[in-house]
Design a protein around this ligand. Sequence first.
Ligand SMILES: [Zn+2]
Length: 78
Amino acid sequence: MKGNHKVWCDNCGKLTPNMGAGLCADCFPSYREDYIKVRQYVKGTHEATMIETSHATGVSINRIRKMVRERAISIKNT
Ligand SMILES: [Zn+2]
């Protein structure tokens, strides 16, 4: 179950209960905001690439990769 085991936060590296996506309570809200931006962009854009999505949303490629890895979004890996 989410939140019951501790993880090293994927963003700041602190040992923390997992708030989702392997992030702490401080980092998760901004990840969530970025996720919403990325998802909206990808939904409105056919065949968006990671680079285009990163430029359009201001979200880093690494963070977009993480979303793809967690199957939160589906996007071309270019
Ligand atoms: Zn963190």
